[in-house]
Design a protein around this ligand. Structure first.
Ligand code: VGL
Ligand code: ZN
Length: 204
């Protein structure tokens, strides 16, 4: 069974949103078309409480996009984004959500950030996504969504670590920073993942 994993296709990551990914909205019509080609579609949602530790506003004197150490881990100081039950945390209004069978929320612990849909950044807590997929005997995951070098990249690295064949559909993602994405892309390939274009998708 081939599964499409949609990472954080949320308003705050779209142009005009709190943590806008340039051209992030361009992927939505493509994702809607891709959904029809998969047996199972699941999604993640960045879902932070107010005062989340990843927000610059939660730390005296820290600036947005500055990198700090938080409990020994590298942490970017983000603008406030994807706050639970706000419009910014909702999926893009044009995303077809009817085929999404399960949504895994992450970043819900105020003290720890979670880029990956599988684990928080310190690998302390699982979202249950790996167990869900393993119970369904899923072997192959196709990834799309935002942002390419953060939540999409870390989700793919964790997926590979969990033993899933992992394929990034490159035209169905956008990066905050294209140079950083290039490094992430190389690392995905080095760790055994694949990067394809949606036109190369052959689903049997
Ligand atoms: C993301 C930064 C902070 C993402 C989430 O979805 O890529 N990036 N939280
Ligand atoms: Zn976040």
């Amino acid at each position: 069974m081939k599964v499409l994993v949609l990472i954080d296709v949320q308003n705050d990551f779209m142009p005009g949103g709190a943590l806008a990914v340039p051209k992030g909205d361009e992927i939505v019509p493509l994702i809607n078309r891709l959904e029809e080609k998969f047996d199972l579609v699941i999604a993640t949602q960045d879902w932070h409480p107010t005062g989340h530790a990843s927000f610059a506003s939660s730390h005296e004197g820290k600036k947005e996009f500055e990198a700090i150490k938080l409990d020994g881990l590298d942490q970017v100081m983000w603008p406030e984004h994807c706050i639970q039950n706000t419009q910014g945390a909702e999926f893009h209004p044009d995303l077809n959500t009817s085929r999404i069978e399960a949504i895994f929320r992450k970043g819900t612990n105020k003290k720890i950030d979670s880029y990956s849909g599988f684990y928080d950044n310190a690998h302390l807590k699982s979202t249950g996504l790996s167990g869900y997929l393993k119970e369904k005997k899923v072997e192959e995951l196709y990834f799309a969504g935002l942002a390419a070098e953060y939540c999409v990249y870390f989700s793919i690295i964790d997926a590979l670590g969990e033993g899933f064949k992992s394929i990034l559909i490159e035209d169905a993602t956008r990066a905050l920073n294209n140079d950083e994405y290039e490094k992430a892309r190389i690392d995905i390939l080095r760790k055994g993942g694949k990067v394809i274009k949606s036109t190369e998708l052959s689903l049997t």
